[in-house]
Design a protein around this ligand. Sequence first.
Ligand SMILES: *Cc1c(COP(=O)(O)O)cnc(C)c1O
Length: 419
Amino acid sequence: MSSSPVWHPFHQHGLGEDIPLVMRGEGAVLHTADGRRVIDAISSWWVTTHGHNHPRIMAAVREQTEKLDQVIFAGWTHEPAETLARGLVEMMPDGLDHVFYSDSGSTAVEVALKMALGYWHNREEPRHRILVLEHSYHGDTIGAMSIGARGVFNRAYAPLLFDVSTVPFPADDPQPTFDALEAACAVGDIAAFIVEPLLLGAGGMLTYPPQVLAEMRAICTRHGVLFIADEVMTGWGRTGTLLACEQAGVTPDILCLAKGLTGGSMPLAVTMATAPIFDAHYSTDRSKLFFHSSSFTANPVACAAAVANLAIWREEPVLDRIGTLSQRLGVVLDNLSQRREVIRPRQCGTMIAFDVDSGGDEGYLADIGPRLRAHFFANDVLIRPLGNTVYTMPPYCIAQDDIDRVAAVMASGIDLCVG
Ligand SMILES: *Cc1c(COP(=O)(O)O)cnc(C)c1O
C-alpha cells in the first residue's frame, strides 16, 4: 500500500508498482528524485515535441505570468489568444478560419462533435449520427469514449456511451473501408465522420497511407458529410509534416489540436472550423450561439506557451529535425525487424512501432506489456507498450546516443520476453 493519496490515471495501484518521482525535465530526458536520468521515449504520452522545458516556451510562460493569469473568455479576449488564433489560421490549411479554445484533446473532440451537430441543427436539417473508424481513440470523456473503440477501458461505462456507425480500418485492402463509408454516408443521417489521420495512436499505432485518407475525405465531400480530423496526436510534426492531413492534401471541415500545441508544456487545445460551420452559428438569434465553455478556456499562460511554439515552428528548422529523427528511427526499426519475434514493423514520421510475437499473448492486457515496461524502466527508458505493441515517439531533440540506448533496451526487452 502506498502512502500517497494520489490516484493515478491508467494505473493499477493494487500491483504495487514503483511510481517514480520526477524532479526535472530537460530535452528528451527526465531526472528522478533518486538521481536517475530516464529517456522519455514516448514524449510523455505523445505531447512533448521540441523537448522538455524548452527555453523559448518557458521564457514565454514566465513573461506571461507577470501580466495576466486568467480571464473570462465569454465575450472577453486577451493578447495571447488573439496572437495564437491568427498564427494558427495562417499556419494551418486554408479555410480553417475560426479557432475555438478548450483545454485537452478530449474537449477539443467534444467541441468538434457539438460544432457538427450544431451546424446541422441550426440549418434545420438535423443529423445526429457520428461515423467513426474502427480501432480509433479520441479521448476519455463520455462523448470521446463513445466515438472510440470499445474495450476493457470503457466496458464499465458502456451504458452511457452513445451509438455510432463504424467503418472498418483500412488494412491491406482499403476497398471495404471505402464501400462501408459510401454506404453509411448515403443513408443521409450522418452528421460527421471523425478520423485520426494516417496514424491511430491508442488503437495500437496502426498506420494507413495518405491516398486512403484523401479518398475518405472525397467520399465525405461528395455526400456533404462533415469531415473531422483529430490531429491531437498526429499534429505538430509527429508524422513527418506539420499535420498528417497535409500528406494527403486534405483540409478537414473541423480540426482538433492539443498535445503538441504548446510544445507539450501546458494543457491547451483548439478546435478549428471552416466558415460554413461558424456561419451556421452566426446570427442575431442567441439560441444559435455555440453553447460550450469551460472555466479555463484560452488560459493566457497556456496560450503564451503555444505562441512560443508557433514561433519555434516559424523560425527554427523543425521539419529538418523531424526528417533526421525519422531517418534515424527508420534504421532502428530496420535492425529490430531482423528478429523473428518482431512482427508488423511500421513507421509514420517520428513514430516507429512493432508487435512482439509472443505466442498468442496479445491485446491491451497482454502480460508482455507490463513486463517490457518494467524492463525498459529498469534500464532508464520510459516506454509504455500498448499490449504487445512496442513503440517509440521521442521528442524531436533526442540525441543519437539516446536513440541507440532506446534501440538497445528494445532489443534486450524482446530477448527477455521470448527467451
Ligand atoms: C490523446 C488523444 C486524445 C485525447 O487528448 P487528451 O488531451 O488526453 O484529452 C484525443 N485524440 C487523440 C487522437 C489522442 O491521441
